[in-house]
Design a protein around this ligand. Structure first.
Ligand code: GLU
Length: 477
């Protein structure tokens, strides 16, 4: 228990697991085996910076090795601690099982404020941390494959990949030791946007089911829905941008660390993001909307969809009762505490749970890992063949039309779209869309078919836990 009277993040994840496990027919031994975190490695290392030795603490936690490699991001933040990485590693296990990426769950973290160091210093720190993990096989293409998380991105992943390859010069699959790399360094198109894109695809799938929409006391589709986004980092920014630019949502508020921007007519997300990039990540002074100093209070404003996309525990027992959104999609990991989850459920709020909602990142990581192992870009073999077949059909239709004097003309827009073969980005988005739809359907099937399953989170846990259990059973455990 923490001072707030709420369980810690890891305890919260375990309590959510237990809610689902008690509805399942698992042997007690197996239930325990799945729940516990297998191992957490802590490292303290020194780096000579600015004339003195700075000591850093980092972690890599492996929750479950029922499938290998294990997968999960590396976070750079001052709030990183063992309890947090273990909770996040557990969520990775369930997330990977839910979206059928063939991985166990892991997570890493470095206790650091990345803003405090310049690029060169960060490179030295990252490489040293990576070195400590690589020499213990805690970064390895077949065993443990990190990815970006809060405070890290393409740049850090490129350093980690390079560090691994320096230490394993003959490993032909070396690039697959980490995902989220920049495309020019073995990455894949669409990885940066992937988690936000996944949130969009998750909401689109939710709104394809009027029964589910009705459970949240909403109607219709995404068009015109009022959205509040907390956190305009990589995930929040992409989700807000795609939902407003492509689905007709109105992002009426964006909450950040220095307050919230509010505009009932909908914010221009690209404009806000550009302002933040130019002003050190701050919203203050943005000319085209009202700044509210108490950002947390804006979480409680009326809206149709609330998207917490920042830290864990932002919706807790202290504010859950005042949340007015009928639908919450957890773009962050663990934004709702166990206690808050209970309060919200009692109020009838529908929660699309984190292990599903933010699985777009690891899904596209999976595609990147496969690309690295196959050493070829997706679409390279098929794209022109696909175009040639389409052209054949178009030419035949045009010939028929003129020979038979039918007067058909294909619209130029159709022709252009039909004649363009799928490139890597199109294939990645298609694979992600398919994954998000399929995973949602597997959750809703449990949600609707069982009377004892009240919410999507329990449904998600049931789907995931049974898949992990099945893998363990087939291994003879
Ligand atoms: N850090 C992301 C997550 O929490 C991505 C993990 C990955 O791609 O392996 O899901």
């Amino acid at each position: 228990m923490q001072a707030s009277g709420e369980p810690s993040f890891r305890e919260s994840v375990d309590l959510m697991f237990n809610r689902a496990a008690k509805l399942m027919d698992l042997s007690p031994g197996l239930e325990q085996k799945i729940r516990v975190c297998n191992s957490t490695y802590t490292v303290r290392f020194g780096v000579r910076l600015r004339g003195k030795i700075e000591t850093f603490t980092g972690y890599r936690s492996v929750h479950s090795e029922h499938m290998e490699p294990v997968k999960g991001g590396i976070r750079f933040a001052l709030s990183v601690n063992q309890d947090e990485v273990e909770a996040l590693a557990a969520l990775m296990t369930y997330k990977c099982a839910l979206v059928e990426t063939p991985f166990g769950g892991s997570k890493g973290g470095l206790c650091i404020d990345p803003r405090q160091w310049d690029e060169h210093e960060l490179e030295q720190i990252t490489r040293r941390f990576a070195y400590e993990l690589i020499k213990r096989d805690l970064i390895h293409p077949a065993q443990n494959v990190p990815a970006p998380d809060m405070g890290t991105g393409e740049r850090e992943m490129a350093w980690i990949a390079d560090q691994y390859m320096r230490m394993n010069t003959t490993d032909i699959n070396g690039k697959a030791c980490v995902t989220g790399k920049p495309p020019h360094a073995g990455g894949i198109q669409g990885r940066v946007e992937a988690t936000g894109r996944g949130v969009q695809f998750a909401l689109r799938e939710f709104f394809r089911h009027p029964e589910d929409v009705a459970k949240a006391a909403l109607t219709g589709d995404l068009d015109g829905k009022r959205v509040i986004v907390q956190g305009l980092g990589n995930v929040g920014y992409h989700a807000a941008k795609f939902l407003s630019e492509e689905d007709g949502c109105k992002v009426i508020a964006v909450i950040e660390r220095d307050g919230a921007l509010v505009d009932p007519n909908g914010l221009d997300i690209e404009d806000v993001r550009q302002w933040m990039t130019a002003h050190g990540g701050l919203l203050a002074g943005y000319p085209n909307a009202t700044l509210v100093a108490d950002g947390a209070a804006v979480l409680e404003e009326p809206c149709d969809i609330l998207i917490p996309a920042a830290l864990e525990g932002v919706i807790h027992k202290g504010n859950a009762d005042r949340i007015k959104a009928p639908l919450i999609i957890e773009a962050a990991n663990g934004p709702i505490t166990f206690g808050a989850d209970e309060i919200l459920r009692r109020k009838g709020v529908v929660i699309i749970p984190d292990m599903y909602a933010n699985a777009g990142g690891v899904t596209v990581s999976y595609f990147e890992w496969v690309k690295n192992l196959s050493h070829i870009r997706f679409g390279r073999m098929q794209r022109r063949a696909e175009e040639a077949r389409s052209r054949l059909l178009v030419e035949e239709l045009e010939r028929l039309s003129s020979d038979q004097h039918l007067g058909w003309t294909l619209s130029p827009d159709f022709k252009e779209k039909f004649l363009t073969g799928s490139d890597e980005l199109a294939l990645v988005r298609s694979g992600l869309d398919d994954t998000m739809r399929t995973a949602y359907q597997s959750m809703r099937e449990v949600w609707h078919s069982r009377k004892d399953v009240e919410d999507l989170r329990v449904a998600a846990y049931i789907v995931s836990i049974s898949r992990v259990a099945q893998t363990y059973r087939s291994k003879g455990l």
